[in-house]
Design a protein around this ligand. Structure first.
Ligand SMILES: Cc1cc2nc3c(=O)[nH]c(=O)nc-3n(C[C@H](O)[C@H](O)[C@H](O)COP(=O)(O)O)c2cc1C
Length: 217
């Protein structure tokens, strides 16, 4: 498929969490998902181990089951002090942005199962409770590939959104998809659909100077 005419910097700065602008009525071709996954597996992995697996869920019954799990987790998250809508509530700049994120997240929770494709990226091994060095190399060997998938998807007019909340019930999701839970860890749940329009913009972020440290903290 022909890709959008975006420079690398435009692609990197306009790949947004697409929730309300997903076109649930348009199917996503298997070949496009394969193209995005071909880009994903160009990402680096520790020791070049390539222990990743990508479960592509199109079956309506399984999407419904995953959507139900996600919504249950989302309802728990919503009440937590750290939830998007509950942090920075008194900040005149960040407060309204967080409220918008929460409304958008509410919408996704209602509609997750309607996305024609749900991608569950996985990695061999589990690092639950392991030291930082192990978890950094474990997740660092999967998550760059996931972001590459999302960039490749954006270039092909697809919208995606990184989500992790279903992992509150990871074992249950593993049961739905037949993933061997003891040996394979899920890293995310990524809804994929054609985006309504392609005109995504760079997002407001904390100023770089607040977070960059030259030559030490
Ligand atoms: C590790 C991680 C976990 C996330 N989990 C969720 C989630 O469970 N549900 C959701 O709606 N968005 C989730 N997001 C998306 C963020 O809310 C989103 O990236 C953020 O609001 C910034 O929006 P932007 O990506 O469009 O700039 C997650 C993002 C990351 C990186």
């Amino acid at each position: 498929m022909t890709t959008l005419d975006l420079t690398p910097d435009q692609l990197l700065s306009t790949t947004r969490a697409v929730r309300r602008r997903m076109d649930f009525s348009r199917p996503v071709e298997k070949d496009v998902i394969r193209e995005c996954l071909e880009m994903a597996v160009q990402a680096p992995t520790g020791s070049n181990a390539q222990g990743w697996h990508f479960v592509v869920v199109t079956d309506a019954g399984k999407r419904k089951a995953l959507g139900d799990i996600y919504r249950r987790a989302f309802e728990m998250y919503r009440t937590m002090p750290g939830a998007a809508g509950n942090v920075f509530a008194d900040d005149p700049v960040r407060g309204p942005v967080q409220q918008r994120v929460m409304r958008s997240a509410d919408y996704l929770a209602e509609h997750m199962h309607e996305a024609p494709v749900l991608l569950v990226p996985c990695i061999a091994g589990r690092v639950d409770g392991a030291p930082g060095v192990m978890s950094a190399s474990h997740w660092g060997s999967l998550l760059p590939a996931v972001w590459s998938f999302m960039l490749a998807a954006r270039a092909r007019r697809l919208g995606t959104s990184w989500t992790t909340l279903h992992l509150m019930f990871e074992k249950e999701a593993a049961g739905v998809l037949g993933i061997p839970f003891d040996d394979i860890a899920q890293g995310a749940l990524i809804p994929v659909a054609y985006a309504k329009g392609t005109d995504f913009k760079p997002a407001p972020r904390v100023p770089l100077d607040d977070v960059v440290h030259w030559d030490g903290w």
